[in-house]
Design a protein around this ligand. Structure first.
Ligand code: GAL
Length: 370
């Protein structure tokens, strides 16, 4: 029995690996039902379209059929999606929560029905009903964004503008934590001066922050992962700031969508002579911004790896096995076994090597590639 199961897992894994690695569809097996459902947060942020596309491609390559549902920014819709998948009899749900804490109820409902839950990219918080977490190294994301700003600054008194993701997203805290770890010593030594958060200024002497302290700062600088919120926030910041707070400025923007909105606002200000702005996700529009010199960097998260890890974990869970874990993340209730993958800083200098030569995007998607 034991041997038979192993053989089955091995065969399935080999099939997934072979077809994924081959990356071609011509020899794909006939699509079979894969007892897995996938729930993604929203179609309104390009990041999740990337994930949908990569899931779609890899499932087809592996000969699997699985439903991908979107929650459109609503935890209620997310719960409905999970309930729909429960009633369809899936064995595993891969879910990227819209709101990490609110998603606990959906995860608990799934667990009651005997379904395994894989938290995808964002951690579901404050519940025991999470079996596994597939993620990127989110501390490194924030650290690389901050390091880019540090590497481009010299002297002292450089104006620093901080922005963050949505407070309902656990990742927003981890990204900020990673960035703070790199920026704080450079604020303490006078390289940077924070211009847009009184809470951050009040805490700038502290090398590490509690979650509550992070929440206070994030409350002042959150973009909610939303382009318009980011734009309005940046414009309000610039209206409040004096000409002396501008000139050559440094901007921690949490992801690409918000980076473009914030960059546009800063570029339009006559007192801003030069800006450095971070990003994340290697969205196509931001890759073009980087080529055009309008966004300084992005953090490339190879979604192909995340999707591959999630599918491998789902296969293991269906077979009643524990997916390979390297470490764990505490979700406020339990330590969730996790696998995390590395991220890469991309700017104009390596954009072609990292994103085109690697086969992630096609050269024809962009103009003026270096
Ligand atoms: C985060 C995710 C990022 C970014 C952001 C906005 O949770 O890890 O890659 O896309 O959400 O959707």
């Amino acid at each position: 029995m034991f041997c038979k199961n192993w053989l089955l897992i091995l065969t399935t894994l080999l099939l997934v690996a072979a077809t994924l690695l081959a990356g071609c569809n011509d020899k794909k097996p006939a699509a079979s039902k894969f007892a897995v459902g996938i729930v993604l947060p929203t179609k309104d942020e390009p990041r999740w379209i990337q994930d949908e596309t990569r899931f779609h491609d890899m499932l087809i390559a592996a000969g699997y059929e699985a439903e991908i549902l979107f929650s459109q920014g609503s935890s209620a819709k997310e719960k409905e999606n999970v309930e729909a998948l429960i009633s369809k009899g899936v064995k595993v749900i891969i879910i990227c929560p819209q709101d990490g804490t609110a998603a606990a109820a959906a995860a608990e409902a799934a667990r009651k029905a005997g379904i395994k839950i894989i938290s995808y990219d964002r951690l579901i918080r404050d519940t025991e009903a999470v079996d596994y977490y597939v993620t990127f190294d989110s501390i490194a994301v924030g650290a690389q964004q901050a390091q880019y700003l540090v590497d481009n600054a010299s002297g002292t008194g450089n104006p620093l503008y901080l922005y963050a993701g949505a407070a309902s997203d656990n990742n927003a805290f981890i990204f900020f934590e990673g960035a703070w770890g790199v920026l704080q010593p450079k604020i303490a030594d006078g390289t940077f001066v924070i211009k847009n958060s009184a809470e951050a200024v009040g805490l700038q002497g502290k090398a590490t922050l509690t979650r509550d302290e992070q929440a206070k700062i994030i409350g002042q600088i959150t973009t909610n992962w939303d382009f318009n919120t980011a734009k309005n926030l940046a414009e309000a910041t610039l209206t409040a700031a004096t000409a002396a707070d501008k000139g050559k400025v440094y901007i921690l923007a949490p992801n690409d969508g918000t980076a473009r909105a914030i960059a546009d606002a800063f570029a339009a200000d006559k007192d801003v002579t030069q800006y450095f702005v971070s990003g994340q996700d290697a969205e196509k529009a931001s890759v073009q911004y980087i080529i055009d010199g309008k966004q300084s960097m992005t953090v490339f998260k190879d979604v192909r790896t995340l999707v591959k890890d999630a599918i491998a974990a789902a296969v293991a869970l269906i077979e009643g096995k524990a997916p390979a874990a390297r470490g764990s993340y505490n979700n406020g209730k339990i330590d969730v076994p996790a696998i995390q993958s590395a991220v890469v800083t991309v700017d104009k200098a390596n954009v072609k090597a990292a994103l085109i030569d690697s086969g992630y995007y096609e050269a024809g998607d962009f103009t003026g590639l270096p």
